[in-house]
Design a protein around this ligand. Structure first.
Ligand SMILES: [Zn+2]
Length: 326
C-alpha cells in the first residue's frame, strides 16, 4: 500500500502543479504576446520558451523533489491509508499526461531519425563542413534547407537549392542554420513538442507557433551579427521560398530556412530590411552567453535555497499530501 500510495501522490502532484502553472502562466504569455515587438526576437523567443517549459519543470520538481522525499520521510511504511477517489482520479490524469508525453517523445525521435536516414540515403556530403557542422546535399526535396537532429545536428540542403543560390546566398542560408544550432533550437522544439497541450487551451498551440516564427527571426539576427549580409540572406529566403515546399510531420525536430508559408517569409524579409537600415549590435542580437550565465547563477541560487529549506518544508508538504489523500 505504501508504494501504491506514493506512486499515486507523485502522479497527482505532477498533474496538479503542471495544470496550475500552465493556467497561471497564461497572463504572462498574453503580456509577452502583446509586447514582444519591444524586445529583440532572441529575447522574446527565450521568454516564450521558458514560460512554456515552466509547468513541466515545476511539475517534476514538486513531485520528485518535494512530494517524494516528504512521503518517504514522514509516512510510516506500514501505512494502511488507501488512495481515495479524488487521488485516484488525479493520479490517472497524471498517468495520461506522462504516457502522452512519452508517446510524443518516441514519435518525434522516430520521425526525425527516419527522415534523416532517408535524406542521407540520397545525399552526398558537401566538400567542407560548415563551421564544424556536417552539410549534406540531398537529391530530392525541392526547397530543403534545414538543420535536423537534436543532439547530433546535420545540415541538409537540396540540389535545387544548391543550384539556385550563389555562394554568398548559400553561406547566408548555412549561417542561419548554424544560428539555430548555437541556440539549440531543435532541442527546444523537441521540448515544446512533447509538452502536453490541453484541448481546452488552444492558445498554447498558438504560442508554440509564435515561438517557431520568433526563433526564425532570432536566427536571422544572429547570422547577421556573425557577418552575414542581410541582402544575401533575404535573397536566399526569397529564392528558396519560390521552390516547392514539402511539408513534413509536425513532430519533426528540425529547423528549416523557410517553412512553406509565404507571408512568414515576407515578414522575415521585412525584418531583414529593417536590420539592414538600422543595424543590430552583437549585445542585442546575441544574448545567449549573458542568458546562459544569468540562468546558471539563478539555478545555483534556487538549488541552494531548495537544499537549505528542504528539511523545514518537508513536514508542511507531508501535511498537504495528507489533505490530497483524504
Ligand atoms: Zn530557420
Amino acid at each position: 500500500m505504501f508504494y501504491l500510495l506514493c506512486l499515486c501522490l507523485i502522479l497527482a502532484v505532477m498533474f496538479i502543479v503542471f495544470m496550475l502553472t500552465a493556467l497561471t502562466s497564461l497572463p504572462a504569455l498574453r503580456v509577452l504576446l502583446a509586447y514582444r515587438h519591444l524586445v529583440r526576437a532572441g529575447t522574446a523567443a527565450n521568454f516564450l520558451f521558458i514560460i512554456r517549459a515552466l509547468p513541466l519543470v515545476l511539475g517534476i520538481v514538486a513531485s520528485l523533489g518535494l512530494a517524494l522525499p516528504a512521503f518517504w520521510e514522514f509516512e510510516p511504511s506500514a501505512t494502511h491509508e488507501m488512495p481515495g477517489p479524488v487521488l485516484l482520479l488525479l493520479a490517472g490524469l497524471g498517468v495520461l499526461m506522462i504516457v502522452g508525453m512519452f508517446w510524443r517523445i518516441s514519435r518525434s525521435v522516430w520521425v526525425t531519425l527516419s527522415l534523416q536516414r532517408m535524406w542521407l540515403k540520397n545525399a552526398s556530403p558537401l566538400a567542407e563542413n560548415f563551421k564544424g557542422i556536417p552539410v549534406f546535399c540531398v537529391k530530392d526535396s525541392a526547397s530543403l534547407v534545414a538543420v535536423a537532429g537534436i543532439f547530433v545536428p546535420r545540415i541538409f540542403l537540396s540540389q535545387d537549392v544548391a543550384d539556385v543560390l550563389n555562394t554568398e546566398e548559400l553561406n547566408a542560408a548555412l549561417a542561419h542554420e548554424l544560428a539555430h544550432v548555437s541556440t539549440k533550437d531543435n532541442l527546444r522544439q523537441f521540448v515544446l513538442k512533447m509538452m502536453p497541450r490541453p484541448q481546452f487551451l488552444p492558445f498554447l498551440s498558438d504560442i508554440d507557433s509564435l515561438w517557431s516564427s520568433t526563433s526564425e527571426l532570432a536566427a536571422d539576427e544572429r547570422a547577421i551579427v556573425k557577418g552575414t549580409s542581410p541582402l544575401d540572406l533575404s535573397s536566399a529566403l526569397i529564392k528558396v521560398g519560390r521552390l516547392s515546399f514539402q511539408r513534413g510531420s509536425t513532430l519533426l525536430a528540425a529547423s528549416h530556412l523557410v517553412d512553406g508559408c509565404s507571408s512568414a517569409t515576407h515578414v522575415r524579409a521585412g525584418h531583414l530590411r529593417h536590420l539592414l537600415e538600422h543595424g543590430v549590435s552583437p549585445e542585442q542580437a546575441n544574448p545567449t552567453r549573458r542568458w546562459t550565465r544569468g540562468w546558471t547563477a539563478c539555478a545555483a541560487v534556487v538549488l541552494l535555497l531548495y537544499l537549505l529549506a528542504l528539511w523545514t518544508l518537508l513536514p508542511e508538504v507531508h501535511d498537504a499530501l495528507e489533505f490530497i489523500v483524504r
